[in-house]
Design a protein around this ligand. Structure first.
Ligand code: ATP
Ligand code: MG
Length: 423
């Protein structure tokens, strides 16, 4: 026997009920996107490294220390995508999708970051992402937030807090940067090592520090929101009005800056206190400068990404995990000559009742063992065939969830009978 090979640390197999719930979660999100008129886009998992360093920013956690970067056989530097926005922007530019048109796009799939694995933080994790190109107005920022709120409601999730902030224009950020640097310079002794370094390279990043020792210093720092340009302030007001109109509660969190460089104006996060330190389940914002930065024509854009694993953890925590699909009918087939006609009956049922799930007991077994499986499967009925039923061209239809007698039904009438049973 060969030695077992295990998966890579921080990269998980998702199976059983979790896999079913995972799919149900994606489906629910896709359904909401369709409701709002968004379109699917499918993107590569590997991109040129330069795409991420240029868009996410050189001085960020992701680019500095979290990317899975490797040289391919042609010695090109490639990276497993750590997030979806950069690739989506690249695709939109490359395919000319933002030329005089609006794009509302969604996607989902694995992302890769070399982080310290812990609850809610993995090296391969999954995001559901949404990006909108070509709209500069506040209504679309609000729509993205509103549709996430609808998804939480449909999933039955509670206790998610919406935090919003505005980062203003690039110009306002530059001016604020000087103010911030001055503040941190006056308090240099309280900065941790990372922050010392970032003071010169990317001081705004310091506000995003997860170090609890830095919290007080950060909370007392001058706020970007007090230094917004007029247009951004007005834009932010409009976003808030839309949320007010719909009764969506929010907290304006002036320290919310997001971990990536490309954001401006609106940023938002949905946060829970129920998952420990990894409490952000959905995060996004406006990034009007990025399309141009990636070589496209200047195009306003806004988007967000949800962390599927964190949402799953929250669903489990709140006992709202979508349940797996169960069979409605379980075909029990006992006897050497029964399997072949039973397979035909099972297909006939799937033809005639496409809305029902029909599970065939493959692999034989005694009546007793097959009924045990039928019962465990969750099916409402066992469709039972033995030698006698096959020669009479009937099945015994046995209710599994209510205490009532089985009935003999002719094959020719089986579909109609079951149609009325499931009505
Ligand atoms: P965090 O502050 O928790 O590190 P982030 O700001 O790096 O998050 P984003 O890049 O905004 O996260 O990604 C969007 C969402 O993806 C996050 O809010 C989170 O739900 C999820 N996410 C990010 N990194 C991970 C990870 N390593 N494992 C699982 N989920 C993640
Ligand atoms: Mg992170």
């Amino acid at each position: 026997m060969g030695q077992q090979i295990s998966a890579i640390r921080g990269m998980n197999d998702i199976y059983g009920e979790d896999a079913e719930a995972f799919n149900a979660l994606i489906q629910a999100a896709e359904r909401v996107m369709q409701q709002y008129g968004y379109k699917s886009i499918r993107l590569p998992i590997v991109e040129k490294t330069e795409l991420f360093s240029r868009s996410i920013g050189e001085v960020t956690d992701i680019v500095e220390k979290e990317m899975y970067t490797f040289a391919d056989r042609n010695d090109d530097s490639l990276t497993l995508r750590p997030e979806g926005t950069a690739g989506c922007v690249r695709a939109v530019v490359q395919n000319g999708l933002a030329h005089n048109q609006i794009q509302k796009l969604y996607y989902s799939g694995p992302m890769f970051r070399y982080e310290r694995p812990q609850k809610g933080r993995y090296r391969q994790f999954h995001q559901f992402g949404v990006e909108v190109f070509g709209l500069a107005s506040a209504d679309i920022d609000a729509e993205l937030i509103i549709l996430t709120a609808r998804l939480w409601e449909q999933l039955g999730l509670e206790n998610l807090e919406l935090q919003i902030n505005s980062l203003g224009s690039q110009q306002a950020r530059l001016e604020y940067r000087d103010i911030l640097v001055e503040y941190f310079n006056q308090n240099q002794s309280q900065l941790d090592e990372d922050s010392q370094r970032r003071l010169n390279t990317n001081p705004l990043r310091i506000l995003d520090s997860k170090n609890p020792d830095m919290r007080e210093l950060i909370e007392a720092a001058p706020k970007l929101i007090d230094h917004l340009d007029d247009e951004s302030a007005e834009h932010f007001e409009q976003v808030k009005q839309h949320l007010d109109d719909l009764g969506i509660e929010y907290l304006v969190n002036p320290s919310l800056v997001r971990g990536l460089d490309y954001y401006n104006r609106t940023v938002f996060e949905w946060v829970t206190t129920e998952l420990g330190a990894q409490g952000t389940v959905c995060a996004g914002g406006r990034y009007d400068g990025l399309v141009e930065q990636i070589g496209g024509k200047s195009t306003p854009a806004v988007g967000f990404a949800m962390g599927i694993e964190r949402l799953m953890a929250l669903l489990i925590d709140q006992d709202k995990l979508p349940s797996a699909e169960q069979p409605d009918l379980y075909v029990v087939a006992v006897g050497e000559k029964v399997t072949r006609p039973a397979m035909i009956v099972a297909e006939m049922l799937r033809d005639g009742l496409p809305q029902l799930n029909v599970q065939m007991n493959c692999g034989g077994g005694s009546f007793k063992s097959q009924f045990k499986k039928a019962d465990k499967s969750g099916a409402s009925f066992a469709v039972v065939l033995g030698d006698q039923e096959v020669s009479d061209k009937v099945v015994a239809l046995k209710p599994l969830r209510v205490d009532s007698e089985q009935k003999l039904i002719a094959w020719s009438e089986l579909v109609e009978t079951l149609k009325s049973e499931f009505n």
